[in-house]
Design a protein around this ligand. Structure first.
Ligand SMILES: Nc1ncnc2c1ncn2[C@@H]1O[C@H](COP(=O)(O)OP(=O)(O)OP(=O)(O)O)[C@@H](O)[C@H]1O
Ligand SMILES: [Mg+2]
Length: 326
């Protein structure tokens, strides 16, 4: 029998109503369009794309923090987006999140012991001396000295604070940890340490992650499968190495080529770069990348936003026709 995903989204859409000073001129904005994917136990599913493409919105919809305009969310095979608020509450401790800004995720007035201990007590996992022991264990699991339990968040470096956030996420034994750009604010050497820590913890505890990032480098390093988003849509998805070594969509290629990497030349293809900005709106019905794509042709003006597998590779999908043209 096929494995049940920890989390699954089907054809998710999210529209926001944008109201200017004059309510008559309000319009809807599609932040997420027809996004589907599954996240299986023990894997890291990566979402990559530039700022504003809808990554965090997808995460909030998946965690049922917002309701989708259309589409469905499943948790371990059970549909959850349409549950009444009271019945959805059981999901809160099941999904934990680690954000880019570790400073604002931790209450500055509380010691780490309380930051870790209070949610465990609230959710009936441990309290008193038992919670304190668990907090010490969590700190050492994330590479911090258990003695640090008495410190306040401002007494840590950025990298150490992010370790505390990871310990906090682990404290409730969640089914899924959503890592929303967890290393973007850290300097490069600390980024590598945190990414390695995440990988090691996953191996030890069979954790399941949704990892969101701007750059393909970090996302590729930690993810087993990746979805590339552009203007609210998934334009390419597949196994991490396949996507990294053989990107099929011009946007994925541009993301890869934008990374400062020494081995681009060794990949045996020329660099591509996109024109303009994501906010340059394409003509109606056109491919969303139309204005910016170096390969845009007339047929891209009538675009079917449909992802299909590449020839002979059922798991690697894209919506760009060029992929089938060779
Ligand atoms: N509550 C909201 N009301 C209106 N628009 C919103 C709302 N939340 C998000 N958006 C818009 O939806 C789009 C996607 O936002 P989102 O935060 O998901 O992007 P992102 O890919 O996470 O970007 P970043 O990498 O900068 O975090 C953006 O254009 C944003 O302005
Ligand atoms: Mg975001």
């Amino acid at each position: 029998m096929p494995e049940t995903p920890v989390a699954e989204v089907r054809s998710l859409c999210k529209e926001y109503r944008i109201t200017g000073e004059n309510a008559l001129f309000s319009r809807t904005f599609s932040a997420v369009r027809d996004v589907s994917f599954q996240i299986f136990p023990g894997e890291t599913f990566g979402i990559v794309g530039e700022s504003g493409c809808g990554k965090s919105t997808v995460a909030r919809l998946l965690m049922c923090l917002e309701k989708p305009t259309k589409g469905e969310v499943y948790f371990r095979g059970e549909r959850v987006d349409d549950l009444p608020e009271g019945r959805r509450r059981f999901l809160r401790p099941r999904f934990q999140m680690v954000f880019q800004d570790s400073g604002s995720s931790l209450n500055p007035r509380k010691r780490v012991l309380d930051i870790l201990g209070e949610p465990m007590a609230y959710h009936g996992i441990a309290k008193g001396r038992q919670a304190e022991k668990r907090a010490e264990e969590l700190l050492s699991m994330v590479g911090l000295n258990p003695e640090m339990k008495n410190r306040y968040p401002h007494e840590f470096s950025g990298g150490q604070r992010q370790r505390v956030c990871i310990a906090k996420a682990l404290s409730l034994n969640p089914d899924l940890i959503v890592l929303d750009e967890p290393v973007s604010a850290l300097d490069v050497s600390v980024q590598a340490q945190i990414l390695n820590l995440l990988r090691a913890l996953q191996e030890q505890m069979n954790l399941t992650y949704l990892f969101i990032g701007h750059g393909l480098g970090a996302v590729h390093y930690v993810s087993h499968r990746i979805a590339v988003m552009y203007m609210g849509q998934v334009v390419e998805a597949g196994p991490s190495d396949a996507l990294f070594d053989h990107p099929a969509h011009p946007y994925t290629r541009a993301l890869l080529d934008a990374a400062p990497s020494a081995d681009i030349a060794q990949r045996g293809r020329s660099r591509i770069s996109l024109r303009g900005e994501m906010d340059d709106h394409p003509p109606r019905d056109a491919c969303p990348l139309y204005h910016r794509c170096p390969y845009a042709q007339e047929k891209c003006l009538s675009y079917r936003a449909e992802t299909k597998p590449l020839p002979g590779q059922s798991a690697h999908i894209t919506c760009c026709d060029r992929a089938w043209e060779g």
